[in-house]
Every structure is written in structure tokens, then in C-alpha cells.
Design a protein around this ligand. Structure first.
Ligand code: URA
Length: 245
């Protein structure tokens, strides 16, 4: 790489770190996933156990975008339909190479009907900028399409009722990579209960499929624990390497 190229790359890197709110000295801290280190070497993909397809999702599994969006908008499959203002379907490029999966809409998302538009969403936008991507260039969706009251954790029944919608979105987008942000997204996508700390830093495969999933911390968690942002930065670098191929 030529000197001017190196300088502009370093300038971009600093701008990204600043946008994510990572002090530069943090990068000297340990940023490995436990127990697998995030290094230049791309670790092998790990396959999650297969999960049985439930019959309820069969109709959804055949839907096109229009039918799917309408099905979500009118969904009454769980009690969250009684308390939501809006369903939050998903946004972005429907043929994106990268799909971001979060947990569930919060208050702001419930009001606007769009995922990740609150404070956590602003940090997510900055994380994407660190990859050189704008929000419109990826596809963003959640495990749940409706807000759990008080932002409580989704119940098993709610995630099961909503799962066919996300499964279909993933099939339709057919992304090269999925980034699961936070434990709820990672646990539901990968059918595991391992902590984000143990799941991050290596690639996983969706159960029964060939799509790659990387895991990182949820932006809302990073807002509460900014000292963990350096690990998220390492995760984004791993993601960038895998996207590059
Ligand atoms: N947190 C999420 O996981 N998803 C959103 O859409 C907003 C906040």
C-alpha cells in the first residue's frame, strides 16, 4: 500500500473509532473472545445443531415480500399484538450481502415502525460506518416484530411465534453474512445459550443451512458498557474480513 493510501486508511479508521466512541488506547486492551482469539487468521465456521421446522411456518415459508409484510402487519400470533403501536418489519436492501439481526423493537421503533432508530440505532449506524456501509446498504430486522412492554426480554412463546417471519426474511434476502447483535439474537438464530462473549470471534452456521453468522454485543449493551466497544470493533474487523471473502 502506498504512503498516501495508508494515511487515508488510518484517517478513516480513526474517524470510525471516534464515531463508535472508542478511545484509541482501548485497542491496546485485550479484545479476544473467550476462549477463541480474534486474530488475522479467520477461524473455521462452527455449525449449530439443526432445529426442527414447525408446521406453523409452512405458509410463511412460501410468501413473497409483499405477502410477508402484510402477514407481519396483521399478525396476532402472540399477546404482543395487543400492546404494540406498530409492527416493525425490517428495513434496508432486500438483496444485501449483510443482514443485521437484533432483538426486538424498543419504544422509539414501536412508534416509528422501523428497527434501530433510537440511541442504540445511532450506534449501530456508526458500527456500520466503520465497515464503510450505510444503513440502506444492509438489511436490518429483529427476532421479534413487536415491542415487548417495558422492553422486557422476549418470551419463548413470542420468539417461537415470530421465528417463521425472520426465517423467511433471511431466505428472501439470502445474505452472505448475518451479524447477530446481542444474546437474544444469537441464541435464537443459533439455538444455543452460550454467552455472547463465547460466541463472538468465530463464524457459526445457521441451523440446517449454510449461511454464516457472526455474533457481537448489542449496541444498547455497548452504550451501557463502553469499555466493551473495543471487542465490538474487533468483531467488525472479523466481519469485514469475512465479507471480503
Ligand atoms: N434494539 C433491538 O434489538 N432492535 C431494535 O430495533 C431496537 C433496539
Amino acid at each position: 500500500m502506498s504512503e498516501p493510501e495508508e494515511t487515508s486508511r488510518e484517517t478513516l479508521r480513526r474517524a470510525c473509532l471516534q464515531a463508535m466512541g472508542i478511545p484509541r488506547y482501548r485497542l491496546r486492551d485485550r479484545v479476544e473472545a473467550e476462549p477463541v482469539a480474534v486474530g488475522e487468521e479467520v477461524p473455521p465456521v462452527e455449525e449449530a445443531p439443526a432445529r426442527p421446522q414447525d408446521g406453523a411456518g409452512d405458509a410463511v415459508a412460501r410468501m413473497d415480500w409483499q405477502a410477508l409484510e402484510a402477514a407481519v402487519a396483521g399478525c396476532r400470533a402472540c399477546g404482543l399484538c395487543k400492546t404494540r403501536r406498530n409492527t416493525v418489519f425490517g428495513v434496508g436492501d432486500r438483496s444485501a450481502g449483510l443482514m443485521i439481526v437484533g432483538e426486538a423493537p424498543g419504544a422509539e421503533e414501536d412508534r416509528k415502525g422501523e428497527p434501530f432508530v433510537g440511541r442504540a440505532g445511532m450506534l449501530l449506524d456508526n458500527m456500520l460506518a466503520a465497515l464503510g456501509l450505510q444503513r440502506q446498504q444492509v438489511y436490518i430486522a429483529n427476532i421479534l416484530k413487536c415491542r415487548p412492554p417495558g422492553n422486557r426480554n422476549p418470551s419463548v412463546e413470542e420468539t417461537a411465534a415470530c421465528a417463521p417471519y425472520l426465517q423467511r426474511q433471511i431466505e428472501l434476502v439470502a445474505p452472505r453474512m448475518i451479524l447477530a447483535v446481542g444474546g437474544v439474537a444469537a441464541h435464537n438464530l443459533l439455538a444455543t445459550e452460550e454467552s455472547v462473549g463465547r460466541l463472538r470471534g468465530r463464524a457459526h452456521l445457521l441451523p440446517g443451512g449454510s449461511r454464516e453468522v457472526l455474533v457481537t454485543y448489542h449496541p444498547a449493551y455497548l452504550l451501557r458498557r463502553p469499555e466493551e466497544k473495543a471487542k465490538a470493533w474487533a468483531d467488525l474487523q472479523l466481519l469485514a474480513r469475512r465479507l471480503r471473502g
